[in-house]
Structure formats: structure tokens, C-alpha cells
Design a protein around this ligand. Structure first.
Ligand code: SF4
Ligand code: SF4
Length: 384
């Protein structure tokens, strides 16, 4: 008999209509266990959103504030106190972007309107944990103070990791500039995956509900395209949820270096045959014409022709001064501090190719250019 270990509910949801979302979320939750299994009146429930930067709800880069409103309302009906929290990526002049991001994303407003409490992870204190290599890490205190945590990732591509979802979303529990420090300490995607895995093990997240209504394809997680996926994906198992969401994009999770540690250390289920799919689908629906990032960075895989192809297609960041607004977010957030403040030139000898500069520039001024001159020349010709 094929025993299924983890359940993932996939619900079809065409837009951010509040009543529709609440109905779909409640129906999906019923299928994977029911609210009553985890939630009791009077609990403090933390919604860990994806607040990558100061971006509007319709950017497809942040968890949509109406999606957060729907879950807040459900929890309020159940008698809970709702907290909404995250720490945004990057800093300008040493100043973190979280407060600004909470306003621009619309989350502050919906918290006021729905009677929820905002938890800016940069200001709420930290809890010290030891990671798998015995090093001390600091994680946002509300993640430990809450009675129950619900992770609300956004369905997106990621040019360094290819896909980003529930497991990676917990990196936002690292407050402020500490994120850059941890990035610096893990210069490959799989080393970074170890840190993500450590964070997932340290935090007790009870449930994951992914906003895949307006997803992001192409060069995510900020500068990608909007893709109307019209899905809400739910599971108590973050890795199983990511396995299914990645499959919907045409990816096998075991091929993605950022998930290697999480698979190896068994933080959840990644074998499709062990995952029970329920809701509006019984197999992961393929997202038609969903475009994956044109990403080939520091950690290719395979050998022979594939390795050569990866080498040829390798890209690196370059700042387009015609678009750059000189806000210095990339300069201050670069983990190895190698972007010149005046000229915006990057010291490629020292670049660890984390792509944080590309990820954080909301003006899309950080372009990814091919390292290979022939490919660069051909792409220029194609554009003309
Ligand atoms: S590239 Fe983007 S993030 Fe960097 S200084 Fe220019 S506008 Fe700011
Ligand atoms: S220049 Fe960009 S890609 Fe290179 S290390 Fe700095 S932030 Fe990362």
C-alpha cells in the first residue's frame, strides 16, 4: 500500500475577492485537518508574510494585503489575536526597509482596519539559536512568542534559486542587515540552502498558505512578470507544498540546489508519490506558459554539455546608470560591499553572485548580463 504522509490542498481562486478567498481557504483547510485542529479562541496567531521590499500589493512580489485580510478575518472569527510580521530585504544607509514596506504593501492599513497587530521583525527583539554548524543565529522573537505561526509565502521564481516559496520565505525571520551577513557566510546556493534549512528546523511553523493568485514568473523575486496562476496552495508541510508548487512550474524540487539540505535533513516530504493532493485538483496542475528565470549563476549542476552550456549562459549583475535612482539600496545591502557608491561599478573579482542587488532594486536598474561576450553580442543583435 502506498502510504501518503503529507497533504497539500490546491484551490482554484480567480482573484482577490475577499469572500471568495475566505471560502476557498476554509474549504482547503477543512481538507487538510480543519482549523479546530490547531486554533483555539484567545490564541496569538502570527501571519509571516513575504515582504521582500517596499512594493505595492499588485507587484506580485509581496503577499497580497487582501489575501492577508482574508486570513486575518477568518482567524478573528475564530476568536484569535492576529499578528502580521516580517523583515524586508536590504537597507538604505543602514536603515532597514521594513517599516516603509509595511506601509507600501498595504499591510499596515489592513491591520488597522481588521484589528490586527503589526510586528516589524527588525524592532521586536531576537532569539538566539545554534545552527547545524554550531554557529549562533538570530531570529525574530515574535516567531517564538506566538501561539501558532502561519507562513504566507508568495508563489514566485527566483533568479538564484529558480523557485521561492514556503521554505525560503522563513529567511525573512532574520532581522534587518543580519540577512546580508548570513548570505555572505554562504556563498553558494546549496550552502545558503543549509541556512534556510536551519531556520525551518528552529521555527515551529504550524501551517503554510501560499498566495498563488497573482504569481511571479521570469526574473523573480522582484523584477519578474505577473502571472495569473489563480491558485491557493496549503499544507502543514512547507517542503511538500514547495514540491507541488515547483511541479506546477515544471520543476523537480530535488534538482534545485537550495532545497538539497531540506531534502537531505528531511524537514518534510519531497517525494511526489508520498504527497496526497486534495482540493480542486488531484494532481499538480501545470501552469501553462509560465516562464522560468533565465538564471544561470554560480552553482550549475551536471557536467559535460550541460556544464558547458551553463558556463556559456552565465550572467552577472550590472547597474544601468540611465535607470539607477542612486538610492544606494544595492550598495548598502551588498553582503560583501563591492558596489562603488559613486560609480555603481561592481568588483566582479569579489562578487559572490548572490544577486541580492538585482533582487532588491525596485527600479529594475540592476540588469543581468551574459558573462560570455559572444552571447552578449548576439543578445544585443536580437534586441535591435
Ligand atoms: S541600482 Fe537600484 S538599488 Fe542600486 S542605487 Fe540604483 S536604483 Fe538604487
Ligand atoms: S554585487 Fe550584487 S551579486 Fe555581487 S555580491 Fe554584491 S549584491 Fe551579490
Amino acid at each position: 500500500m502506498n502510504m501518503k504522509n503529507s497533504k497539500v490542498a490546491i484551490m482554484e481562486c480567480p482573484n482577490y475577492d475577499i469572500e471568495n478567498m475566505m471560502g476557498k481557504i476554509n474549504a482547503g483547510i477543512d481538507l487538510i485537518g480543519g482549523w479546530g485542529q490547531w486554533i483555539k479562541a484567545g490564541m496569538n496567531v502570527l501571519l509571516k508574510v513575504n515582504l521582500i521590499g517596499p512594493l505595492t500589493p499588485d507587484s506580485a512580489a509581496v503577499t497580497h494585503c487582501e489575501f492577508v485580510r482574508a486570513i486575518t478575518r477568518i482567524l478573528k472569527h475564530l476568536g484569535c489575536n492576529v499578528w502580521i510580521g516580517d523583515s524586508a530585504g536590504g537597507a538604505i544607509g543602514g536603515k532597514a526597509q521594513t517599516a516603509k514596506s509595511l506601509t507600501i504593501s498595504g499591510l499596515e492599513k489592513i491591520a488597522q482596519e481588521e484589528g490586527a497587530i503589526i510586528k516589524n521583525f527588525d524592532r521586536e527583539g531576537v532569539v538566539e539559536i545554534k545552527n547545524s554548524s554550531g554557529k549562533i543565529m538570530h531570529l525574530a522573537k515574535p516567531m517564538f512568542d506566538a501561539d501558532f505561526v502561519i507562513n504566507l509565502p508568495k508563489m514566485k521564481t527566483h533568479l538564484a534559486g529558480i523557485y521561492t516559496g514556503a521554505v525560503k520565505n522563513l529567511f525573512g525571520c532574520v532581522p534587518g542587515q543580519k540577512k546580508a551577513e548570513y548570505h555572505k557566510a554562504s556563498p553558494t546556493t546549496s550552502a545558503f540552502g543549509e541556512i534556510i534549512c536551519d531556520i525551518n528546523i528552529a521555527l515551529n511553523v504550524g501551517l503554510n498558505i501560499m498566495d498563488g493568485i497573482m504569481a511571479m514568473d521570469k526574473m523573480g523575486p522582484i523584477s519578474g512578470g505577473k502571472y495569473s496562476a489563480q491558485k491557493i496552495v496549503m499544507s502543514t508541510d512547507a517542503l511538500a507544498l514547495d514540491t507541488i508548487a515547483a511541479k506546477m512550474m515544471g520543476l523537480q524540487i530535488q534538482d534545485l540546489p537550495i532545497f538539497q539540505a531540506s531534502i537531505h535533513r528531511e524537514i518534510g516530504e519531497w517525494r511526489i508519490e508520498k504527497i496526497e493532493i486534495c482540493g480542486d485538483y488531484d494532481v499538480p496542475p501545470r501552469l501553462i506558459n509560465f516562464k522560468l528565470p533565465r538564471m544561470i549563476s554560480r552553482e550549475g549542476k551536471g557536467s559535460g554539455i550541460l556544464a558547458k552550456l551553463i558556463d556559456i549562459m552565465k550572467t552577472r549583475p550590472r547597474i544601468d546608470l540611465k535607470i539607477c535612482k542612486k538610492c544606494n539600496l544595492c550598495v548598502d545591502s551588498c553582503p560583501v560591499q563591492i558596489i562603488d557608491r559613486q560609480t555603481k561599478k561592481i568588483d566582479y573579482e569579489k562578487c559572490i553572485e548572490c544577486m541580492c542587488c538585482h533582487e532588491l532594486c525596485i527600479y529594475k536598474a540592476v540588469k543581468l548580463v551574459n558573462v560570455n561576450r559572444v552571447i552578449r553580442f548576439l543578445s544585443r543583435l536580437k534586441r535591435q
